[in-house]
Design a protein around this ligand. Structure first.
Ligand code: TPP
Length: 299
């Protein structure tokens, strides 16, 4: 099922756009802090993919479980709107959501868990989905993975059991066309849709970035997940930044193509005054949070 969306931005709510822009500002700030030597370890930004968790969160309930991956800042922020807890976690400062021991990739909070180990979360999410089916019918487990993670065998064990036991498992695939430095065309035989079909699992392709349209498209299928029909939703998206900090191996032409397809360009074109106003707000918010967190004591 493909939806090509015509006028992204026209129906986008102010709060959703604000959070898409805030996540973007947060990610740019992280790269900036790295450049200044103020951040250590690694981090993977979701630049270009911010609309995915914002759209998905609109379909979830706080009582649903969310499992995130190495590129998870947007997943966390779209769910909790907690800029300072996450930045403090990444910087190892007081007020960090996991006391500063999890860092960028390993966050645990309420019904949210992320891991930097590719594919690790799928069997865990399937187990939680089984628990929800028994103990809290109507809730679901949502797990975000990248296209490259279809190279992990654990993904198929989880899909098999999810289909067999009719688990409320929602797999959100952020297919950004590349896994670190390997293009999807060089690592994935067949298709993600074909792999879901092999297990009798439904698949929805989202080939657009208009948040209200995406929610309209997914509303029915996600209700089906709650009733025990596991689902793979594949977003055709793009990574605007490097894999982590400065490691982008793509050609200039490929990068230009990704930038041309950036949701932000179309949102700006739809309503430049609103876009600019919210972008100023988002940047100011992140800037003030960053200044405050940098000044904190170590966690
Ligand atoms: C089991 C495992 N193998 C290798 C890695 C190193 N690694 C981190 S991210 C990544 C690529 C992931 O690609 P994809 O799933 O497409 O997600 P994307 O980075 O594009 O968001 C790799 C190989 C890892 N984290 N875990």
């Amino acid at each position: 099922m493909t939806e090509l969306l015509e006028r992204p931005g026209a129906r986008l709510g102010e709060e959703d756009l604000l959070w898409m822009l805030t996540i973007r500002a947060f990610e740019h700030t992280l790269l900036d802090l790295y450049g200044k030597g103020l951040l250590h370890g690694t981090t993977h930004t979701c630049l270009g993919q911010e609309y995915v968790p914002v759209a998905i969160e609109g379909l979830l309930d706080p009582a649903d479980h969310v499992f995130s991956n190495h590129r998870g800042h947007g997943h966390y922020l779209a769910r909790f709107h907690d800029l300072d807890g996450l930045l403090a976690e990444i910087m190892g400062r007081r007020g960090a959501v996991c006391g500063g021991v999890g860092g960028s990739q390993h966050i645990r909070r309420d019904r949210y868990l992320s891991t930097g180990v590719q594919g690790e979360s799928l069997p865990v999410a399937a187990g939680v989905a089984l628990h929800l089916k028994r103990a809290e019918p109507g809730r679901l487990a949502c797990v975000y993975i990248g296209d490259g993670t279809f190279g992990e065998g654990a993904v198929y064990e989880a899909l098999n059991i999810a289909a067999l036991w009719r688990l409320p498992l929602l797999v959100v695939v952020e297919n950004n066309g590349i896994a670190q430095s390997t293009p999807t065309t060089a690592h994935l035989a067949g298709s993600i849709a074909g792999r879901a079909a092999a297990f009798g699992i439904g698949h929805v392709l989202v080939d657009g970035d208009d948040v209200p349209e995406i929610r309209d498209l997914l509303d029915g299928p996600v209700a089906g997940v709650r009733g025990g029909s596991p689902l793979v939703v594949e977003f055709m998206t793009r990574r605007l930044g490097p894999h982590s900090k400065g490691d982008d191996t793509r050609s200039e032409a490929a990068l230009r193509l990704a930038r041309e397809r950036d949701w932000a360009e179309r949102c700006r074109a739809a309503d430049p005054a609103r876009f600019d106003r919210l972008q100023v707000r988002a940047r100011a918010l992140v800037e003030s949070v960053a200044a405050e967190v940098i000044a904190r004591e170590p966690a």
